[in-house]
Structures are given as structure tokens and as C-alpha cells.
Design a protein around this ligand. Sequence first.
Ligand SMILES: C[S@@+](CC[C@H](N)C(=O)[O-])C[C@H]1O[C@@H](n2cnc3c(N)ncnc32)[C@H](O)[C@@H]1O
Length: 199
Amino acid sequence: MEVANAVVMAQRLLRPKLVTAILVVDATAGNGNDTLFLADNTPNTTVVWAFDIQTQALTKTQELLTNHELDYKVHLVLDSHAHIPKYINQPVDAAMFNLGYLPGGDHAISTSSDTTIQAIAQTLQLLAADGLVTIAAYPGYEHGRLELQAVHEYLTSLSQKMFTVACWSMVNQKNSPPVLYVIEKIRSEQLEGSTSLKD
Ligand SMILES: C[S@@+](CC[C@H](N)C(=O)[O-])C[C@H]1O[C@@H](n2cnc3c(N)ncnc32)[C@H](O)[C@@H]1O
């Protein structure tokens, strides 16, 4: 097996989960690559929700999905992922966060710590037992480094009775390569009625 970067690793980890997924979320649609990955690797009946705050991103995502004839299963939402519960009230089987700015777009429009953490927390509340969330974070620029720090701090505070949280990054690459966080919700029979995200 080739050692993969954060984005490829996220896909490898998610693929087996997607085979039986009913509802999945791309929290940051961007150019649509992750939305396409989710749509392409789930059954025809799976519903994919994809969020972005930029029209430009959703236009790109729509184009990509249409070209692959996969737009029928995707809801594109022009809104912040901080408002996920406004749109979704069913269990989420898998969710992807690919933080940062739109490649090829305005670098000033980027995900930011507060809304990212709010969205992660809301996604974890909706996450199905055995569900997976992946978060690719980019410490290669100052805003991204601070966001990664905040996300890391939040994730380390999560209840280990409820979640398994892991982290993956290349440790011998220059220029602060992306870091992948993976959160798995513990199976319901092991949860013993616990609902709080933190211990
Ligand atoms: C790194 S890009 C995502 C890459 C994308 N998943 C892909 O496959 O091409 C990050 C995206 O997050 C979006 N974004 C920033 N803040 C957001 C928010 N609060 N809610 C949803 N999307 C947001 C940006 O507009 C940008 O398009």
C-alpha cells in the first residue's frame, strides 16, 4: 500500500462506510471533488448534502456532478455548514470537511475556527453509530495553522466513551502538509445512554 496524503487517506477510510450509507455530508463543497467522491461511492439511493458559502463553488460542484450524471442524488446548499441542522434532521453516516479556501478562488474566503467547530459539533450530534467524519486541515498558512490548532483542541476534548478520534499526517514533508482527523462514533450498544459529546 502506498502511503497516502490526507485527502487520499480520507477517501480510503470512508469508502467501506459509504457502501451502506443512507445520508452523507460534504461540509465544504469547494470545486466539488469531495462531493463527487461521495456521490460516486454510495448507492444510488443515498442522499448527499453539500454545503458552501460561495456561489462559485456550488456552480463548479453542480457542473462536475452533472458531467458525471450524479447530480440527481445531491442537495447543494448555499449556506454555512454552521447551519447544518436547519437542513438535516436524520442520522449522518459519513461527513467530510476539507478546510481552507477555494483552490483558484479568493483566499480571503476561508473556513474559520468558530464556525468549523460549531459545524463539527453539530455533525457529531447527528452522526449515526459507527458513522465517520473526516477533517482535512491545512497548517501551511497562518489562518489555517490557527484553525488546525482550534480543531485539534476541540477534538481532543471529545468523550472517548462516545468517539474514537485519530490524526494522520506526513511527518517528513516540508511546508506543513495537510493533517487528517478521523472521528468514529462508537456503536450504540456500547454507549450506555450517554448523549454528551464531552466526558
Ligand atoms: C478547501 S475548499 C474545499 C475543497 C472541496 N471539498 C473540493 O473537493 O474541491 C474549502 C471550501 O470551504 C468553503 N467554506 C468556507 N467557509 C465555509 C462555511 N462556513 N460553510 C461552508 N463552506 C465554507 C469555501 O468557500 C471553500 O470553497
